[in-house]
Design a protein around this ligand. Structure first.
Ligand code: ZN
Length: 73
């Protein structure tokens, strides 16, 4: 009877560890997914200013902050 209780206790212990760990992993995944689009900064190939990836101009596999920098290069 004591052995049976020990086995049940271990199963409950492992079960609680799995339940506690899963939400933490999910939180970390959602946090990184939210951070990536806003923190993606790219250096301008001409003047060296860091701009958000959405605002940059891609020319010849290089990122530029403005059309003026594309003309200068
Ligand atoms: Zn620039």
């Amino acid at each position: 009877m004591l052995k049976y209780l020990l086995v049940v206790g271990v199963i409950v212990f492992v079960y609680f560890i799995f339940i506690k760990k899963k939400p933490e992993v999910r939180k970390k995944e959602t946090q990184t997914k939210e951070e990536i689009p806003s923190s993606e900064m790219v250096e301008c190939a001409e003047c060296g200013i860091y701009c958000e990836l959405e605002d940059t101009i891609l020319s010849k596999n290089r990122y530029y902050c403005s059309k003026e920098c594309v003309k200068r290069s």
